[in-house]
Design a protein around this ligand. Structure first.
Ligand code: 4AD
Ligand code: MG
Length: 459
């Protein structure tokens, strides 16, 4: 008899006796009765409860209910005579489960800023916007699994604690015990550590996903990743989730197509299944969001090389904070100008200079670029980074040495090229950037339940 509000509203049965449990969003009194909006998080919509003075606790309790109190309501579903809702629940009993002192409860009916809500991460999922983000995020996560599972990809749980620095950028959090702590970086040799060598939190599951791709073909990993970069931007977190497929017998072109298909699949999924929540974002957070998402599904992504991107930026005569020339790492301002102003749609950029990319990317015939790809989307910039991997033992070894990476820590990775090496490719989708993209939320701190950034990790 106890039902989730989403289910009651989706298929209302007039005359049914039922129970709902949730939190009071508002209470309004009329003569002889009160309207109470109750929400339980199952949907954006609340149910309207009609509680009248015949209830035994009407005067003592019902009329004292305020925002945030938790209640268990038993009643009969009836058609609502008023505008705004099709049905309402006429209460036969309102049981107060927990009070929320209106003097101190931080969430009041008015709109709160997202900055304010960040300081109450334990209460903010009770707001409309953050509740909607949580539901969309959950659906996207489910969609990641159905997309890959339906196509025969095998999920691999790659480690969170690792002794290899995938991106080689030295942004790892070290993992050690107080008595073992040392100054030695991950990837370097040292004794006396808990794991016998320096270890850290993974920055990417890619290298281990490659191991399984070279045994099982098509695999993916989807888990938390960690980066100790000191960047306080609206698109960076110290802990974020990444979706990383890895495909054997697949080149950069195949990789690009899987990435485009996946992004379209995920956007289509939320357009179909999270319509109510997306309508909220379209109305209050990012006007025009629904139309933009529909375009993503309908249009083919644009594709240019890094060299072309540099030419287009130079021709644009736009003045950037970071000057453009061949060889630079594209900055967020460049990426966004390309995807938002020039192409006005998702843009795939491939074939970056070898010098600015990690050791594992496959060196192209020209000797100066690698088979890398980034996917840039309006409003965000880079959402996906990927590449074809270097499968030639000698070339990989030379790249490691150039990058100053000690090969002895990566013998296992080199072994994959020694024994039955195959062309293979993969990419990493920043899951929070995807949630930002489909919800239109301006700051990445709003799309993960408990954001971690430099100086910030409250619970
Ligand atoms: O481009 P990145 O660094 O690529 C890799 O880690 C590869 N090993 C992935 C692979 O080929 N399997 O990161 C991938 C994506 C970025 O495009 C971005 O969306 C996201 O991860 N990302 C972050 N998201 C939030 N906070 C950060 N600090 C992020 N750093 C990267
Ligand atoms: Mg990248």
């Amino acid at each position: 008899m106890k039902k989730r509000i989403a289910n009651v509203l989706a298929a209302p049965q007039i005359g049914e006796q039922l129970q709902v449990a949730g939190w009071v969003r508002t209470r309004r009194d009329a003569s002889g009765f009160s309207f109470i909006e109750v929400g339980d998080g199952s949907s954006l919509a609340n149910i309207q409860v009609i509680a009248d003075q015949t209830l035994a606790n009407y005067g003592d309790e019902v009329k004292k209910l305020s925002v945030g109190c938790s209640v268990l309501v038993t009643g009969i579903l009836q058609e609502s005579p008023a505008k705004g809702q099709a049905v309402e629940l006429r209460a036969t009993e309102v049981q107060v489960l927990g009070w929320a002192d209106p003097e101190s409860y931080p969430l009041q009916k008015k709109q709160h800023s997202f900055e304010f809500l960040r300081n109450i991460t334990h209460l903010r999922p009770r707001t409309n916007a953050l509740g909607a983000v949580a539901r969309v995020r959950s659906r996207l996560s489910y969609g990641v699994h159905t997309f890959f599972q339906d196509r025969g990809f095998i999920q691999v749980h790659t480690p969170i604690i690792t002794t290899s620095d995938c991106e080689g950028a030295g942004e790892m959090f070290q993992v050690t015990t107080p008595s073992h702590a040392s100054e030695v970086k991950v990837g370097e040799e040292s004794g006396g550590e808990f794991f016998g060598r320096p270890a850290g939190l993974t920055v990417s599951g890619q290298l281990q996903a490659e191991v399984y791709a070279q045994a099982l073909g098509n695999v993916y990993t989807f888990g938390p990743t960690f980066r100790a970069e000191n960047s306080n931007t609206s698109r960076h977190l110290a802990e974020f989730w990444m979706v990383e497929p890895e495909m054997a017998f697949c080149d950069l072109e195949g990789n690009r197509h899987v990435a485009e298909e996946m992004l379209k699949y995920l956007v289509r999924l939320v357009l179909a299944e999270c319509a109510e929540d997306l309508a909220l974002f379209d109305r209050f957070i990012a006007k025009g969001l629904l139309a933009r998402l529909q375009q993503v599904v309908d249009q083919e992504f644009a594709h240019i090389t890094y060299t072309q991107a540099v030419e287009e930026l130079l021709q644009s005569k736009q003045s950037f904070t970071y000057p453009v020339q061949w060889g630079i790492d594209l900055q967020s301002e460049h990426e966004r100008y390309l995807t938002e102003t020039i192409y006005q749609r998702p843009l795939i950029v491939t074939d970056y200079p070898a010098a600015i990319k990690p050791f594992y990317m496959r060196v192209s015939e020209d000797g100066r670029t690698v088979a890398a790809m980034d996917i840039l989307v309006p409003g965000i910039g880079e959402i996906i980074g990927g590449s074809q991997r270097e499968e030639r033992y000698d070339v990989l070894l030379a790249r490691m040495q150039q990058a100053g990476i000690e090969p002895s820590g990566y013998e296992w990775y080199l072994d994959l090229r020694r024994y039955g090496t195959v062309p293979h490719s993969g990419f990493g989708l920043g899951f929070e950037r995807l949630v930002q993209f489909v919800t239109g939320m301006a700051n990445i701190r709003e799309v993960i339940p408990f954001p971690r950034t430099p100086g910030f990790a409250p619970c």
